[in-house]
Write a protein that binds this ligand. Structure first.
Ligand code: IPM
Ligand code: MG
Length: 407
């Protein structure tokens, strides 16, 4: 016998979800314009350590950030605000993905540097509350998750534009157990949400002159939402005649990222939320591990910069948190500098990161006491940035890498 009551209850719940998403579409239709950081009297940067290794690697990255912005902080043009309350203990205490006071404090900032936060999954000792990450992306409407990956000696220079507020994540905590035997989740794609991420990817390809975008879906199977992603790309691409583009399925794309004959051709990827999540871990691994990759979460009003990995609670329980690699967070600082218009600072920090992590490697992070601590590594990056010959050293490295890539 089909359980009619269960169907009705699920329909009601579905109705609530539909209403919320349609209301969201109305908000999206009236999106604010991009924040112009150059017009602000004072830029407010919130720093939010998170939990697990988060507070450790975030503090190391903050040191680097404060050195870079020292003049502006002194002149009162930049204010750094410490924002607490994003720990798993606190979130569980108030049973919210982001406690209200923390969210209010975040909303008073312009940009945020955020350490990883623990996301409970079914079966964990914590109640199964929504991910703080996903909630922050939705609350602050950080629709573009931008993740660069570069490996000069392999000729790899990729940027991923992952949609960050919709897809399978939008209602990831709102699925329905229709009966004990039937569970259903939902995937969301709106015209407005899809168009803005595709435009962001095409804009980047145009602005940087790489003029090539690869759109990744599984539109042959997930026909409605991924189909929408693809058909909107066809429309948006017409506004960018100089940008060449192609479309790929996610499965073959994961294979092609490790295909030496093809991977260096890719430049800019645009993809829905879940595929972007998965493939950026793969891409980061090719670069040297998830600990090496930073991530920018960009919206028109706010932007948040973070590592691409989780909070590694095991490192804390094993007493190794101080050996966690802060490079992903330092990379996030470089992305923040670029976003707020500090282009030269971003460039220098990226050079220092390349030199310390890929070239010179005077200190190595191993995640335990056989390697450097996060703070020691941050200091190594700062010392490298202060070197007068940094540009020459970096250029030598790039030339050598190009020569290697050709062989
Ligand atoms: C990431 C992470 C997050 C995500 C988690 C921690 C919610 O994996 O930023 O890629 O799935 O988006
Ligand atoms: Mg991920």
């Amino acid at each position: 016998m089909v359980d009619e009551k269960a169907i009705q209850a699920a329909q009601e719940k579905f109705g609530v979800l539909l209403r919320r998403q349609l209301e969201r579409v109305e908000v999206l239709k009236n999106e604010p314009d991009w924040t112009d950081y150059s017009k602000l009297d004072k830029l407010i940067i919130g720093v939010c350590g998170g939990d697990g290794i988060g507070p450790y690697i975030c503090a190391s990255a903050q040191k680097v950030m404060e050195v870079l912005l020292a003049d502006k902080i002194k002149a009162g043009k930049v204010e750094i605000r410490q924002i607490d309350g994003l720990t798993i203990e606190r979130r569980v205490e108030v049973m919210k993905a982001i406690p209200d006071d923390t969210l209010a404090a975040l909303k008073e900032c312009h940009v945020i540097l955020k350490g990883p936060t623990t996301t409970p999954k079914k079966g964990d000792p914590w109640p199964n509350i929504e991910s703080a990450n996903v909630a922050m992306r939705k609350e602050l409407d950080l629709f573009a998750n931008v993740r660069p990956v570069s490996v000069p000696e392999l000729g790899i220079n990729w940027v991923f534009y992952r949609e960050n507020t919709e897809g399978s994540y939008a209602l990831g905590s709102d699925g329905v157990n229709v009966t004990d035997d039937l569970a259903m989740d939902f995937c969301v794609a709106t015209t407005q949400g899809t168009e803005r991420i595709i435009r962001a990817g095409f804009e980047h390809a145009k602005k940087t002159g790489v003029n090539y975008v690869s759109l990744v879906t599984k539109a042959n199977i997930i026909k409605t939402t991924d189909g929408k992603f693809l058909s909107i790309a066809e429309r948006v691409a017409k506004d960018y005649p100089e940008v060449q583009w192609d479309d790929w399925f996610i499965d073959i794309t994961t294979a092609k990222l490790i295909d030496p004959a093809r991977r260096s051709n890719f430049k800019v990827f645009v993809l829905p939320n879940l595929y972007g999540d998965i493939i950026t871990d793969e891409a980061a691994q090719i670069q040297g591990g998830v600990g090496t990759a930073g991530s920018a979460n960009i919206g028109k009003r706010y932007a948040m910069f973070e590592a691409i990995h989780g909070s590694a609670p095991r490192m804390v329980t094993e007493g190794r948190a101080q050996y966690a690699d802060p490079c992903s967070m330092i990379k996030a600082v470089a992305m923040m500098m670029e976003h707020i218009g500090e282009i030269e600072k971003a460039k220098k920090l990226n050079m220092a990161l390349d030199i310390t992590t890929q070239f010179e490697k005077k200190l190595v992070m191993t995640g335990r006491d056989t390697g450097a601590t996060g703070d020691e590594f941050a200091q190594y990056v700062l010392d490298t940035m202060a070197r007068p010959d940094i540009e020459t050293v970096w250029q030598n490295y790039i030339d050598e890498s190009i020569a290697k890539a050709k062989n």
